[in-house]
Design a protein around this ligand. Sequence first.
Ligand SMILES: [Ca+2]
Ligand SMILES: [Ca+2]
Length: 329
Amino acid sequence: MDGNFKSSSNITVKFTPISVDKVSLTPENESIEVGANLALTAIVKPSNATNKKLIWSSSNPAIATVNETGLVTALKIGKATISAVSVDGDFEGKSTINVVKPLIVGGLVIQAEDIIGTGGTFDDGTVPLGVQIETGVGINYVNTGDWVTYSINVPEAGEYSINYFITTENSRTEITMEVDGVEVSVDAVPNTGSWTKYTLLTAANRVNLTKGTHNIRISASSATEWQWNLDKIVFTTDDPTLSNEEFFINKNGETGRVYPVPASDVVYVNLGDVEGTLIVDLININGTSLLSENYKDNFKFDVSNLSAGIYFVVVNDGETSFSKMLIIE
Ligand SMILES: [Ca+2]
Ligand SMILES: [Ca+2]
């Protein structure tokens, strides 16, 4: 035996974890509508911390929930505090979410993220040509000349208002809609000062939609290099401006609407999501019930035979009632 080697080596890897020392959330305060989403951004410091994992929670999940990526979903009017707590060190970042009544209830909704196709003329270095989908929110990275296409199935022919939920922090941006290849409306987008502060933009023109499937093409049509972010498009058959409707909040915190106000032919009552039996009455100024029906979806009263004057819509669930004044012309 000419050798009896025993070799050994020990390599010690010295691993010093870098601890988290701060967590913050942006935005710290935000108002969002019932049904809307907001993507919160968490900043964990130092940026090279070893374990940046966060546990997200909501102080009031009945008002707003949050998922494991910080995407907030607004469920009911009210306030909730969203927290992100670091697994390493229990540092907490907070954001106060104020859930407000929707500007529009109902309508035909196209979520901007549900695109069929996209393209464009401007390679922004992140998205080659066209827009980027922000999951659960909408589309962003929209440059001049970028376009997206959607399909919509219209259940009932009518003349529809076009309502964009849109935001930009640039001036002189523009959104154009074509329906089945025909340009419908070109609208300047208001500068909200933020890429995440969505606002309601009602297009200048309305559109006649026949029953059935239509192709919708949206484009960013001014010359400004960076244009806007779009959450959704809502087609409504009623003028969505607040001036012709009355809101009320039912005991579940849901937003209800009575519209149009003033009315002449038909009065619509939309209570949002409700449980149990509710009775809707139309009473005159003397308190006499003229019309009374159980509430159902697409509820309406024919008021064309009533004389002009002041009336009340009263919603009764057996325990409490809510009433709203109504003017009939
Ligand atoms: Ca782009
Ligand atoms: Ca959306």
